[in-house]
Design a protein around this ligand. Structure first.
Ligand SMILES: NC(=O)C1=CN([C@@H]2O[C@H](COP(=O)(O)OP(=O)(O)OC[C@H]3O[C@@H](n4cnc5c(N)ncnc54)[C@H](OP(=O)(O)O)[C@@H]3O)[C@@H](O)[C@H]2O)C=CC1
Ligand SMILES: CCCCCCCCCCCCCCCC(=O)[C@@H](N)CO
Length: 332
C-alpha cells in the first residue's frame, strides 16, 4: 500500500516536471531591451537600473528631483557595455495624476521604443505608532506606493499585451508580507501591491506578460536612512530579526527573478521562509517552487510562531520601560 502511494507520488512529480515548461516563461533578453525604472534615481531602483544596463538594456529613469536624476544617469552610464546604450531621465510625481504618468511613458516609448520591462520602485516609508502618524500620511503612502504603481503599470500594459511580451515588477517589502509595529500606514500600501499583482498576473498570463513582486528586507539606502530618523524603537528591534541588505544585492535578485518571470522574489533565508509561508494563492512559476511550498509550510509556520512570540515580548518590554520612565519623571 505504502509502496503504491510512493509510486503514485513519484509518477505525479515526474508528470509535473514534464509539463513544467508549460508554466515556466521563457527568459527575457535584456540586451537591447527598454527598461523603465520608477524611483530609479536612488537606492534599490538605481541599482536595478545599473544591473539592467550592465546586461545591455536601454534605461528610462523616472523620479521627481531632476538633479538626482541627472546624477544617477551619469553613474549608470559608467557601466555601458556598448556605445549604443542610452539612459534617459524624465521627472514626474508618479502618484498625482494618471495622465501625467501616461505622457511620461509615451515620451519614453517615442525615444527608446516599447517598454519591455517596467520596474515600479518609486516609494517611501513612514514609521510611527497608529496615533502618531498624521492622518494625511495614510493617504500619501497609498498614493505613492500603491497608486503610483497602478498608474505606471496601466500605461504600459496594453502595448505589452499586444506584443505578447513584457515584465512588470512591483517592489513591495517584507512589511508587505506581515504587519508589524510602526507600519500601520506603510504595510497596507505594500500589501495592496500583492493583491494587484495576483489579479493582474491572472489577466495577462495568456499574453505572455509576467509579473514579479519583490519583498526586500531592510536595505541600506538613502530612503532607509530617512525612515530611521523617526522609527519607533519597537520597529527597529523587530526589524533586526531580518538581515540588513545592500541595495546591489537586492537589485541583482530582483532583476534575475524578473527576467525569469518568477512571481515571487525574496532575498536571504528569512525572505525565503516568509515568501514560502505567505504564498497563499499566489501563482507558481516553477514546479520546484510549488513543491517546496507544500513541503515547508508547516515547519515555517512553527518557526513563525516563535518569531511572533518574540515580537510580542519586544513590544511589551518597550511599553513597560516607557511606563517606568514616566513614573520616574512624575516622582522627580
Ligand atoms: N530600503 C529599504 O529598507 C526597503 C525599501 N523598499 C521599497 O523599495 C523602494 C525603494 O526604496 P529605497 O531605495 O530605499 O528608497 P530611496 O528613497 O532611496 O529612493 C526612492 C526613489 O523613489 C523616487 N520617488 C519617491 N517618491 C516618488 C514619487 N512620488 N514620484 C516619483 N518618484 C518618487 C525617489 O526620487 P524623488 O524623491 O526625486 O522623486 C527615488 O528615486 C520603495 O518602494 C521602498 O518602499 C522595500 C523594502 C525595504
Ligand atoms: C518563518 C518566518 C520567518 C519570519 C521572519 C520575520 C522577519 C520580519 C522582519 C520584518 C522586517 C520588515 C522590513 C521592512 C523593510 C521596509 O520596507 C522598510 N525599511 C522600507 O524603507
Amino acid at each position: 500500500m505504502l509502496l503504491l502511494a510512493a509510486a503514485f507520488i513519484v509518477a505525479f512529480v515526474l508528470l509535473l516536471y514534464m509539463v513544467s515548461p508549460l508554466i515556466s516563461p521563457s527568459p527575457l533578453k535584456l540586451a537591447g531591451a527598454h527598461v523603465v525604472v520608477t524611483g530609479g534615481s536612488s537606492g534599490i531602483g538605481k541599482c536595478i537600473a545599473i544591473e539592467c544596463f550592465k546586461c545591455g538594456a536601454f534605461i528610462t529613469l523616472v523620479a521627481r528631483n531632476e538633479s538626482k536624476l541627472v546624477q544617477a544617469k551619469k553613474e549608470i552610464e559608467k557601466y555601458a557595455i556598448n556605445e549604443k546604450q542610452v539612459v534617459i531621465c524624465i521627472s514626474v510625481d508618479v502618484s498625482k495624476d494618471y495622465r501625467q504618468v501616461e505622457n511620461v511613458i509615451k515620451q519614453a516609448q517615442e525615444k527608446l521604443g516599447p517598454v519591455d520591462m517596467l520596474v515600479n520602485c518609486a516609494g517611501m516609508a513612514i514609521a510611527g505608532t497608529f496615533e502618531e502618524i498624521e492622518i494625511g500620511q495614510f493617504t500619501r503612502l497609498m498614493e505613492v506606493n500603491y497608486l503610483g504603481s497602478v498608474y505606471a503599470s496601466r500605461a504600459v500594459i496594453s502595448t505589452m499585451k499586444e506584443r505578447r511580451m513584457g515584465r512588470v515588477v512591483f517592489v513591495s517589502s517584507q512589511a508587505g508580507q506581515l504587519g508589524l509595529f510602526g507600519y500601520t500606514a506603510y504595510s497596507p500600501s505594500k500589501f495592496a501591491l500583492r493583491g494587484l499583482a495576483e489579479a493582474l498576473q491572472m489577466e495577462v498570463k495568456p499574453y505572455n506578460v509576467y509579473i514579479t513582486v519583490a519583498y526586500p528586507p531592510d536595505t541600506d539606502t538613502p530612503g532607509f536612512a530617512e525612515e530611521n530618523k523617526s522609527k519607533p524603537l519597537e520597529t527597529k528591534l523587530i526589524s533586526e530579526s531580518s538581515s540588513l541588505c545592500q541595495p546591489e544585492q537586492v537589485a541583482k535578485v530582483i532583476v534575475k527573478d524578473a527576467i525569469q518571470g518568477n512571481f515571487n522574489s525574496s532575498v536571504g533565508s528569512d525572505g525565503y521562509m516568509l515568501s514560502s509561508l505567505t504564498c497563499g494563492m499566489s501563482p507558481v512559476t516553477t514546479i520546484t517552487e510549488g513543491l517546496q511550498q507544500v513541503v515547508t509550510m508547516g515547519l515555517f509556520r512553527t518557526i513563525a510562531l516563535f518569531y511572533l512570540g518574540s515580537f510580542d515580548s519586544i513590544v511589551r518590554r518597550c511599553m513597560m520601560q516607557k511606563q517606568n520612565c514616566e513614573q520616574a519623571s512624575k516622582t522627580d
